[in-house]
Design a protein around this ligand. Structure first.
Ligand code: ATP
Ligand code: MG
Length: 425
């Protein structure tokens, strides 16, 4: 193990540790074939090139990486030159995507410092001008832009060593989530890092280090500044990746869930007793179980569930105030609720349509006379609507529970029994 020390003005101090290939447990065989091809070709062309981020972390933990990100000193144009199957994307920071059928390997050029830090104007502005023209940097600059120590390890394809700048290996061993640099500054630069700290802590079962955890609650309001489209993506990673229930509890504890889902959390109680809270637990738990069982999940379903009781309360109010029929009130309340939710989380239109449909079907499921039950069963969204009805049955009991039991029997019954089940309506 070699050690080099660096000290720089305004930048976090790091100690580079190089772990040679005999001293770590990553074997080349575990690296995705296409990622290896990209690494090799860049290396052979004379560039510095590393596997980086979550893949190195997960390989060290003997977990299956989600993706294999690569970083290099080659510029995107140089990368494109080497690969026929390469597409350059992104305007603010260009990235190369190497396309292998359905798989994409992302190659990023080392990032430099392109954000000026407070005062010290002359130096910083000088730097700023220089860096605005050239945001690419050296590996030791790239590493400072990364979020957590465990995400800032580089696997060098040249000699199979791991370059660990901020003690990632030791934090991995001690199961610690630690931000690189000053946590307050790093959270202000990009508040999504707050959510990432929570996400990795739950997913890896790691402890958030004291200084990294301390400012979270105080800075939670910063999430309001994050574009709603990005928060949509993050909300899925947080709540629909297999650890939703645990993540929700931790987010709630740090006042983060409240920022992303203000309507839902306005029904939070001290003892978790509201219908909304019960529904949240139920839907997140069932999503976690589905993921564990390898089943498909539809993001619309979660939003259906967590907005349903607030929707009903609003619909009641609207029905009274505007003398609307309940069905119309639900439609109207649906518009209001989805519009409000879109201010923090931009749910794509294809999902909002499904959400409305499942909500409206809740009002249709009690109508089973004549051919109605059969027609309902043929609808595309019947299955999801029934699954949701079952959850409501667990929470509300009484008629809803009976209704969901009726539908369960009806779906599985032969046609004689089905006929007799609807004959008495
Ligand atoms: P996952 O298993 O969720 O893919 P990951 O660590 O690979 O985890 P990505 O979102 O794929 O996360 O990002 C890849 C790498 O890019 C991270 O490991 C980290 O080094 C860096 N990174 C991603 N997002 C940020 C951010 N908001 N701020 C700083 N660095 C980031
Ligand atoms: Mg990743």
């Amino acid at each position: 193990m070699t050690k080099k020390h660096y000290k720089q003005n305004n930048h976090p101090v790091f100690t580079l540790k190089i772990i040679t290939h005999t001293n770590h447990n990553i074997s080349q065989k575990e690296i995705n074939r296409n990622a290896l091809k990209v690494l090799q070709r860049l290396l052979n062309a004379g560039f510095e090139v590393y596997l980086v981020g979550g893949s190195v972390r997960d390989l060290l933990l003997k977990k299956k990486p989600k993706d294999f990100d690569i970083t290099t000193n080659a510029t995107p144009e140089q990368v494109k030159h080497l690969f026929k199957n390469c597409r350059l994307i992104g305007r603010r920071f260009r990235l190369a995507h190497i396309i292998f059928g359905r798989e994409i390997i992302e190659v990023a050029t080392f990032r430099g410092h392109h954000k000026n830090l407070k005062k010290n104007i002359s130096m910083q502005s000088k730097k700023g001008i220089l860096l605005r023209d050239n945001v690419y940097g050296k590996i030791h600059e790239d590493v400072e832009r990364r979020d957590f120590t465990i995400n800032a390890m580089y696997y060098n394809i040249k000699d199979y060593s791991i370059h660990d700048y901020f003690g990632g290996i030791s934090d991995l061993k001690n199961k610690v989530i630690r931000l690189i640099g000053n946590p307050k500054i790093r959270y202000r630069e990009d508040p999504v890092r707050i959510l990432r700290a929570i996400r990795f802590s739950v997913k890896l079962n790691f402890h958030i280090e004291k200084d990294t955890a301390q400012p979270i609650q105080e800075l939670s309001y910063l999430l309001k500044e994050v574009p709603a489209a990005r928060l949509y993506e993050e909300s899925l990673k947080l709540l629909q990746s297999g650890y939703g229930l645990k993540t929700y509890h931790l987010m709630r504890q740090y006042n983060l869930f409240q920022q992303l889902f203000p309507i839902t959390s306005s029904y939070f109680t001290k003892d978790y007793s509201s219908y909304t809270e019960k529904m949240l637990s139920l839907v997140l738990n069932s999503t976690d179980l589905r993921i564990e069982a390898g089943k498909r999940i539809n993001p619309a379903f979660m939003f259906v569930a967590i907005l349903w009781y607030p929707l009903n309360i609003l619909a009641d109010e609207l029905a009274k105030k505007n003398k609307l029929a309940y069905y119309d009130a639900i439609i109207e309340a649906g518009n209001v609720i989805l519009h409000e939710q879109a201010k923090t989380i931009a749910i794509p239109r294809r999902h909002t349509e499904t959400i409305r449909e499942i909500w409206q079907l809740q009002l249709c499921l009690p109508r089973r006379r004549g051919n109605q039950a059969f027609r309902l069963m043929e609808l595309n969204k019947f299955r999801a609507s029934f699954d949701f009805l079952e959850m409501r049955g667990v929470i509300e009991g009484k008629e809803i529970e009976e209704l969901s039991k009726w539908w369960l029997i009806f779906q599985n019954a032969g046609s004689n029994i089905q006929e007799s089940m609807i004959s008495h309506f």
